[in-house]
Design a protein around this ligand. Structure first.
Ligand SMILES: [Mn+2]
Length: 356
């Protein structure tokens, strides 16, 4: 019995050693995606009042936040930048264009106002330490001509955004063009067009993003949409079909995460974008008319857990363990208890571990 116990100990030691080596190998392969939370869930104007929210998000395990940039007060963004640095949180930003400052307008002075607006927001990004400025920065939000976009509008947007991208480059910011669904804008409504727009501008500091909420309304195929824009995509909004807690609604998350992973998306954020009733003005602008979650922080926590588990699963699907690895034993069998004498029956034969 004593000899048998010693033999088991030897096997266990070898197994644990192999487990550690295999883990190093697997962790080294993981794409460094980042998890973020858009602060529009709390307010459209973020101030020192929201520092406790930043701390709570950091403690939950978030890597960064998205700052709404509508009220362009440099002093405030400087303070927020300091706080984010102190907490070790990264940042991106989001803004919109208005009718008076519209990059596709026929009037050159209105386009110039659009460019001036984007430059001012880029200044705020620099103060807050935001690396990316996203949003429907191509045209005025909620303004419609009554028809689809024209070639002239396309060229005007390219011209304005190329100039904005030059300014963004000087400030170490990347502009991220977001397409929206047909009810919010008419200039860019699908991934393929957004990617084509960015390719035509052809600027290192002008890329695009994918938002699951808009894609759910507009795309015929999630997989095809993500495939069509993967060379230009640097940012993702994780947003449920009702703009509430990601993972609790109708978005096809299996297909979304599998396609994102397959596209090679990495080094960017999976940024939750959700809206609630916290601010009446913002609730009205985002068309939120009823309560759909308990608290903002609960949504953030549930959403983070959801994204993390889905990203891990999708990664494992693409990187299956080789058949017979770990001597045909299940992952659980590697734990000290199950490899100990008398507990070995837990180890079942499976192709690959089920949890990491
Ligand atoms: Mn979005």
């Amino acid at each position: 019995m004593c000899v048998l116990a010693a033999a088991f100990r030897q096997v266990r030691r070898a197994a644990v050693c192999q487990h550690k080596i295999l883990n190093l190998f697997r962790f080294g392969e993981k794409p460094p995606v980042k998890y973020g939370m858009n602060l529009l869930l709390w307010n459209s104007v973020i101030t020192e009042e929201h520092f406790p929210v930043l701390e709570a998000l950091k403690n939950m395990g978030y890597d960064g936040v998205e700052l709404p940039m509508f009220d362009l007060n440099g002093e405030t963004y400087k303070k927020i930048g300091g706080k984010l640095k102190e907490l070790g949180l990264g940042a991106t930003a989001v803004t919109v264009c208005t009718k008076e400052a519209n990059p596709i307008d026929a009037d050159a002075s209105v386009r110039q106002a659009g460019l001036d607006h984007l430059k001012k927001v880029i200044d705020m990004c620099a103060l807050a330490g935001a690396t990316h400025l996203c949003g429907p920065i191509h045209s005025a939000l909620g303004e419609f001509s009554g028809a689809g976009r024209t070639p002239d509008e396309w060229n005007r947007a390219k011209d304005v955004l190329a100039q904005a991208a030059d300014y963004a480059k000087e400030n170490n910011v990347t502009l991220v063009v977001e397409y929206l669904n047909r009810f919010e804008c008419y200039f860019l409504n699908c991934a393929a067009d957004d990617a084509q727009f960015c390719r035509e501008v052809g600027h290192s500091n002008l890329k695009m993003m994918y938002d699951t909420f808009h894609a759910n309304i507009e795309e015929k195929s999630i997989t095809a949409a993500i495939e069509s824009c993967k060379d230009q995509m640097v940012h993702v909004h994780i947003s449920e079909n009702d703009r509430s807690t990601p993972g609790q609604g109708g978005i096809n998350w299996d297909e979304t995460f599998a396609a994102l992973k397959k596209s090679g998306y990495s080094d960017g954020y999976l940024m939750i974008e959700a809206f609630g009733l916290a601010l009446p003005e913002l609730a009205a602008a985002t068309r939120i008319w009823r309560k759909m979650f308990d608290t903002e922080l609960k949504l953030a926590e549930d959403g983070l857990n959801f994204m993390k588990s889905r990203w891990e699963n999708a990664w494992q699907e693409l990187h299956p363990w080789p058949e017979g690895v770990a001597c045909g034993l299940s992952w659980r069998a590697w734990s000290a208890e199950t490899l100990s004498l008398g507990a070995g029956t837990k180890g079942s034969v499976v192709g690959r571990p089920t949890a990491m």
